[in-house]
Every structure is written in structure tokens, then in C-alpha cells.
Design a protein around this ligand. Structure first.
Ligand code: F6P
Length: 348
């Protein structure tokens, strides 16, 4: 090993800088040089690569965001993109790459490894916790902590005004953030994409709760939950993918407002809606995420040293192990029924 590149791709996430610091520190300790690949795969497509040293990673452990910048560039969607990635890799004399990202960024890494033997290892990032092959991604704990704090605050105002409070959280097509923050915050109804509870049933739960003397309620809804009706009709609330997203994801958001209107009309309970949005992704990582990100970073550097490319650092129980990038990106890790059952035990 002589020179190691590091990139962060996709949506930013608390803990990215902690990974960058851990990989860089271990690489420098081993006498390698480290290069910062700017703005995800775009840095390799456009050749934006700079030296990364001890000074650049000093003090970044608690900082949110990523000092490397990030984009949703997909080299497979850019004219000559893959060739450009390989050319930059060669020109910058990189011997290995650590790609820190979710299913999109790591999906590209898996393909470049399989098709071009690119010496890459992955680190699992995303607040959504929807990456296969690992128990938890870093960033998730911070997002859940932020959402739980918000739910706690909404409880007191809900109770004072006898209102229903709807909280919309992120998570894309997986309900992990809604489920965990909803359980932790004692939500009365939790709506996630994997369990399409109907609007009618959700309203009945609220009505039943009010009949037992509880005049306020908290509803947590995941942005990817489809508004589902007893008639069988369902609607995913969102918009077309943005041009800047070369992975073509639909833009989610807005289901909270739509649901809030339905609840107020159908039950007559005064309802307010809070959309947490990017607050869930900003700011300092929790201690748990800092530790997980640090362990992932050290593991990634070890995988590079061992020449075990095409692998991703992963958490199994309390152990940091590794899985193939192919396995990690094979399918999304969604919420299984046994996890949803925990939430159901407290519904209504
Ligand atoms: O994947 C992380 C995530 O925050 C999702 O939960 C959300 O749907 C999406 O990214 C938002 O993306 P953007 O930052 O492009 O608005």
C-alpha cells in the first residue's frame, strides 16, 4: 500500500467525519499517503483529488456533515464516467479506495469491483439504516435521537392543547427511523412503508384512545408510507427525482400533511403536523455513532491492508466483521414483522 483514496457519497450523515478521521489516522500510522476524493464519485469522474493529512482530520470527530463534500453522482450515468474514474485512479496513483456510502454509492463500488477489479472497500453509511449485510449503519442512532427528542417535545404541547400531533420522519422506503423513534418516544400510531395500515384503521386507533380518556395523540409517519385506504387505493406522496440525483430516486415528503388533513377531517380532532426533514441529518453525531463510525473506519483500513477488496465493514451483534459489497447491496434491509410487532403492542 502506498496511497489510499477516501470518498463520501450520497446524502450526508452524522459520523462521516469520524470515519474519515479513523481511516486517515490508521493509514498515516502505517506510512501510507491519503488522498481526499471530493464530492463522492464526482471527484473521480472529474479528477478532484487532494492530499489529506493529520491536520485536515484534526478536530473533525464531533463535526456533522463531511469535510470531503458529497454528491449523488453515478459514474454509470455519466458519458464515459467509468473510464474517467479508472483514469483518475491511475493518474492519482491510488492503490486503494475507501468508499463511505449507502446502497447507491456502495452499489457503484460493488460494480466497479466486479467489472474492473477496482481495489475498493466500503463503509455503511445512512440515517435510513436500510443497508443489507449490517445490523446498523452509522448515522441512524443520531437521526433516531433527534426524532425522539422532537417527539418528547411534541408530547407536552399535544397534551396541553388536546391535539393530535403528526410527525413525519425520513427513511426513504424503510421505516427504521419511524419505528425506533416512535417506540422510544411512546407514539400511539406508527406508520411505515412495510406495514400499510389503512388511514381508516389509524383513525380508529386514535378514536379508541380518545374514548379511554386520552385527549391527545402522537402519530409518527415515515416519509415512504403510502397513504392506504380500506378501498385498496394507495398513494405515495412525493415528486419526481431531481436532476442532481443520478440514482433516480423519487423525492419523498409531504405524507405528514396529507395524513394530518385526513385525521382532522375523519375524527374531528384538532391536528398539527411537524416535518423533521434534514434536521435529522445535520449536526453532531451521538457518542454511539462516533464510536461505530470510528470502528468502521479502522476496519476499512485493515481490509485495505489485508488486500480484502470488494468487502464492506459491517456490524454483527457487537462485533465488527465484513461482508461482500455484492451482498450488502443485493437488496434493501426493510423492517421485518417481528420488529413492527414491538410498535403494535403499544398502538392506540
Ligand atoms: O437517504 C437519506 C435521506 O435523508 C432520506 O431519508 C431522504 O429521503 C433523502 O435522503 C433526502 O435526500 P436529499 O438530501 O437529496 O433531500
Amino acid at each position: 500500500m502506498a496511497r489510499l483514496g477516501i470518498l463520501t457519497g450520497g446524502g450526508d450523515c452524522p459520523g462521516l467525519n469520524a470515519v474519515i478521521r479513523a481511516v486517515t489516522r490508521r493509514a498515516l500510522d502505517r506510512g501510507w499517503e491519503v488522498s481526499a476524493v471530493r464530492e463522492g464519485w464526482r471527484g473521480l469522474v472529474d479528477g478532484i483529488v487532494e492530499p489529506l493529512g493529520r491536520r485536515e482530520v484534526s478536530g473533525i470527530l464531533p463535526r456533522g456533515g463531511t469535510i470531503l463534500g458529497t454528491t449523488r453522482t453515478n459514474p454509470y450515468k455519466v458519458e464515459g464516467g467509468v473510464e474517467k474514474v479508472l483514469a483518475t485512479f491511475e493518474r492519482e496513483k491510488l492503490d486503494a479506495l475507501v468508499a463511505i456510502g449507502g446502497e447507491d454509492t456502495l452499489g457503484v463500488a460493488a460494480k466497479l469491483y466486479a467489472e474492473h477489479a477496482l481495489p475498493v472497500v466500503g463503509v455503511p453509511k445512512t440515517i435510513d439504516n436500510d443497508l443489507n449485510g449490517t445490523d446498523y449503519t452509522f448515522g441512524f442512532d443520531t437521526a433516531v435521537t433527534i426524532a425522539t427528542e422532537a417527539i418528547d417535545r411534541l408530547h407536552t404541547t399535544a397534551e396541553s392543547h388536546n391535539r393530535v400531533m403528526v410527525v413525519e420522519v425520513m427513511g426513504r422506503h424503510a421505516g427504521w427511523i419511524a419505528l425506533h423513534s416512535g417506540i422510544a418516544g411512546g407514539a400511539d400510531v406508527i406508520l411505515i412503508p412495510e406495514q400499510p395500515v389503512t388511514v381508516e384503521d389509524a383513525c380508529s386507533l386514535l378514536e379508541r384512545r380518545h374514548q379511554t380518556g386520552k385527549d391527545f395523540s402522537i402519530v409518527v409517519v415515515s416519509e415512504g408510507y403510502e397513504l392506504t385506504y380500506a378501498s385498496g387505493e394507495s398513494t405515495l406522496v412525493g415528486g419526481e427525482a431531481r436532476a442532481s440525483d443520478q440514482f433516480g430516486h423519487v423525492v419523498l415528503g409531504g405524507v405528514g400533511d396529507a395524513l394530518g388533513r385526513e385525521i382532522e377531517e375523519r375524527t374531528g380532532f384538532e391536528t398539527r403536523v411537524t416535518v423533521l426533514g434534514h434536521v435529522q441529518r445535520g449536526g453532531t453525531p451521538t457518542p454511539r455513532d462516533r464510536v461505530l463510525a470510528t470502528r468502521y473506519g479502522l476496519k476499512a483500513a485493515d481490509l485495505v491492508q489485508e488486500g480484502r477488496f470488494g468487502q464492506m465493514a459491517s456490524l454483527r451483534g457487537d462485533e465488527i466483521v465484513d461482508v461482500s459489497l455484492a451482498e450488502a447491496t443485493r437488496e434493501l434491509k426493510t423492517v421485518p414483522p417481528e420488529w413492527y410487532a414491538v410498535a403494535q403492542a403499544f398502538a392506540g
